[in-house]
Ligand binder design. Structure first.
Ligand SMILES: Cc1cc2nc3c(=O)[nH]c(=O)nc-3n(C[C@H](O)[C@H](O)[C@H](O)COP(=O)(O)OP(=O)(O)OC[C@H]3O[C@@H](n4cnc5c(N)ncnc54)[C@H](O)[C@@H]3O)c2cc1C
Length: 234
């Protein structure tokens, strides 16, 4: 798991490496547990099968940190196409995007404009989720989320249980009546800002889940999404 996690982390930031690695048979076989395929068609087919089993789905386009605004525009266009294809198939699938994939690192205003296009295109019934990336981007991601949330009801954000700050972030998101997806966190973070021990991350995840599902959060209009594979926590 550690090796695959490292490969996924490294490849998500480097397009060439990602393309080479996904061609390797051994990697294909190992990650097939996590990824249904490499094309939009693969994802749509998987979503249709899951829908038959009563399961909802979220799509993401693997990658982050684009080099220029043209690439950010290309990623945005890809997501717009995805939303069209979902609508054609009558799928309730939502999308989840990384802000650095939409240009955050180049210019926050660029990412904001691209995000707004997606939110508007998704329509009021479909939440556009914002992934949470490494700690370097947490502040900028939450700031952009808050601005987007003021303009649109159908936008959600991910928060990570491994960060010490997340309890406070969750409180402010509850006050906003936000759509919040809770995860453990997938990046390597230093012990100054994140729980180094899995046991503490799991404990915090449980405490934050309870808060996310509390009466107060519900009354505030929070939409709670709990994202984990951990059978014990589920
Ligand atoms: C829908 C979704 C969205 C996410 N979005 C983000 C994001 O925006 N930002 C971010 O940093 N991270 C994100 N993550 C990743 C997350 O942070 C964790 O790295 C990842 O979910 C692994 O942690 P875990 O909660 O599944 O538990 P772990 O502690 O990794 O695993 C606990 C136990 O669960 C079981 N398990 C683990 N994986 C699987 C599996 N695939 N199938 C069956 N059993 C399994 C095993 O028994 C394992 O021992 C997302 C995850 C999901 C599911």
């Amino acid at each position: 798991m550690g090796i695959i996690r490292s490969i996924l982390l490294a490849t998500s930031e480097k397009r060439w490496l990602r393309e080479q690695v996904t061609r390797l048979w051994v990697v294909r076989r190992t990650v097939s547990r996590f990824m249904p395929g490499e094309t939009l068609e693969d994802a749509l087919a998987a979503a249709c099968v899951l829908r038959e089993n009563g399961l909802g789905t979220v799509f993401t386009y693997l990658g982050e940190n684009v080099a220029d605004s043209t690439e950010a525009a290309r990623v945005t266009e890809h997501y717009l196409t995805v939303l069209d294809r979902l609508r054609e198939r009558g799928l309730q699938t939502e999308i989840s995007v990384k802000l650095t994939h939409l240009g955050l690192e180049l210019d926050p205003a660029l990412a904001e404009t691209n995000l707004a296009r997606l939110i508007e295109h998704a329509g009021p019934k479909s939440v556009v989720w914002i992934d949470m990336e490494s700690s370097h981007y947490v502040e900028a991601t939450l700031a952009l989320y808050r601005r987007a949330r003021r303009a649109y009801p159908n936008v959600g954000v991910c928060i990570q249980a491994y960060l010490y700050r997340t309890g406070e972030d969750l409180e402010s998101l509850i006050r906003l009546g936000a759509a919040v997806r809770l995860v453990k966190g997938a990046y390597r973070e230093p012990p100054e800002i994140a729980f180094p021990r899995k046991r503490d991350v799991d404990e915090n995840f449980l405490a934050l889940s309870r808060r996310l599902l509390s009466q107060e959060a519900r009354r505030a209009g929070v939409r709670a999404a709990i994202a984990t594979h951990d059978p014990k926590l589920i």
